[in-house]
Design a protein around this ligand. Sequence first.
Ligand code: UT7
Length: 326
Amino acid sequence: MNIKNKTYKSIVSGIGASLPQEVVTNKDLSMRMDTSEEWIEERTGIKERRIASKGETTSSLGTDAAQIAIDNSGLKNSDIDLIILATATPDNTFPASATLIQSSLGIERGYAYDMQAVCSGFVFAVEAADNAIKAGNIKNALVIGSETFSRILDWDDRATCVLFGDGAGAMVLSASSEDTNRGVLSNHLHSDGRYKDLLYVDGGPSTTNNVGYLRMDGKGVFKHAVQNLSSAIIEAIEYNNIAIEDIDWFVPHQANIRILEAVSKKVGLSRDKVIITVDKHANTSAASIPLALYDAVQKDKIKKGDLVLLEAMGGGFSWGSTLIRW
Ligand code: UT7
């Protein structure tokens, strides 16, 4: 079918999520290392996180989330033309874990690849899928964020290992040529590699031959996160010629409640419009936004027609926003 001669919008048609079985609370961690329930919750807002067990991988969690999203969209697995998996913790260096998910879903056509923009990966992947739809190249895209950060944490470094968790979320974007105000309205992406030393993994195939561990200058990242997330919100509202009050829901990358509070204060957004799941998921990198979206849809917060702003910031640095009329 030639769909090239029409103008298309990317409509959210399905959403899904999947979490590992094992819940690890702050109390659990305080019994394993020199930390306390109070320190973790006061500094970050995190109360618990899920940790993948042996049989759970980025691709298995991603497959489960994807299947829920496809079922939710009413499509068949074979309707999916493109799979983009945002992850910094692939099952293997290659092939792309997106192809493992493709095959687990029984999909034998279309194309699949991984997107590496760490915590901003989901927003970067939405932009790529949206462009493929708008170009008329594909009809249905599966955008997944799935991570097993527990496997790249240094469990002897209390300053980082208490902050992260594992999980996956997925969204189906479908082409629509109808005259509707729904769909992805804007994407704004940024990277600045000068800050690579503030948040990185100290290994990799081309340097150390191993996977390495996550390293972070928490205070340095915090400062830039507040600045970059605030400017990403202002950029999106100015581009779309709307006021901050017009946005129904903010769905930020879930790294730290204090970052979200500082950003809310800086740009003047109401706290009750911010979706917060960091308390139960911790920082799940590229999975945090779709996990939060799924949670908000399940709780009947985000509804069809709502204006929803996604925003993320992470290693690189990379950051950006996506505005969606749900
Ligand atoms: O997703 C990518 C983006 N990542 C982020 O956005 C993370 C951004 N950064 C942060 O969220 C915060 O900076 C942290 C939560 C990582 C740290 O909070 P902080 O208020 O910046 O604390 P800090 O690093 O200044 O550490 C304060 C104290 C230190 O002790 P001293 O030097 O004051 O005696 C640390 O050794 O807290 C100590 N500390 C801990 N204590 C108990 C560090 N980790 C722990 C711990 N338990 N787990």
